[in-house]
Design a binder for this molecule. Sequence first.
Ligand SMILES: *[C@@H]1O[C@H](CO)[C@@H](O)[C@H](O)[C@H]1NC(C)=O
Length: 333
Amino acid sequence: MRLSLILLFLQLWGHVEVSFSENVCSRLPNVPHSYVSENTKKVEYHEGDVIHFTCETGYISGPTIRYICTNTGWESIRRGKCTLKPCELPEDVPNGYYEIIHGEELVFGTAIKYFCNSGYTMGDRDGSRTCQLDGWSSTVPVCESKSFSQQPIGVMDPNLQVTGLPQGNEAIKTGDTLHFRCADQYKLEGSEVIECLETGYWNASFPSCSDPVGCEKPPLLSDGDTKTSTKRQYSHGESVEYICQNYYIMEGTPYKTCKNGKWTGQMRCLKPCTVNREDMRKHNIQFRYVSDDKLYSQHNDVIEFRCTRGRPVGSSGMRQKCIEGVMHLPTCQ
Ligand SMILES: *[C@@H]1O[C@H](CO)[C@@H](O)[C@H](O)[C@H]1NC(C)=O
């Protein structure tokens, strides 16, 4: 550069008449992101010289950009621009998407990053790719359903019954639920349902089955009692027999059983009917059969009457049934 300046100075000094046409090509055309290709490069250019421009790394042009030196300066033979080399559209990922994390367009130097939809994972992969000269760096990641085949099922209580476990070797996935119950007499302590979270953990710990608990004194039975004297504590599974008072009839089973802290079993003592001789006299009736001659009749017993005077009147027939302590007496007049 310094040498050409000195030469120019000497020329100007020596030949005032010097023609500018000889030097109009000293200033190269401005083609950003490019340089004059080696094979067309010269120290000094003269009319008729043709130069080619090569794009910088990462940039491309269409057909080669060419200029020719004329007596009025550089003229383009093939105009053009060097633009950043684009990369092909990145592949889409099922159950995922990508975003540009560096740059603005899908061109040389731009970085993108893949993300998986909720519930999916690409494992340890970072998911970043860069647009390089030969295309996108690294391969497309895969978004797989998060599964936790390694997730320990936990130390399962032997009395715990679980439903919802996947078939065979299938993994447990996000959103899967497990349902628990305990074998018959055991008591479930904890969550009945747990769910596999995105984090790979269960939303609650595994429940357990506690030993069944015993019962306190058995409940009272009206118009009845336990057959034997009662204790203060009963263990799970123990039964107590009940009986009804005389003339009372039991409806249901005579046992109550302690099940995990609660007495189960239902029974009732149904009232007998009483027939008062004074009432019978007022109604002018008496028992039809000597065998019926009793003051108490049990629930469901049928008693027949007959008139001691006159004829039956009213709606009550001569055959009456004792229903839970109620019997309508017929009347004769
Ligand atoms: C865990 O998830 C299940 C199912 O969605 C839900 O019923 C249960 O209440 C959750 N338990 C806790 C402790 O959040």
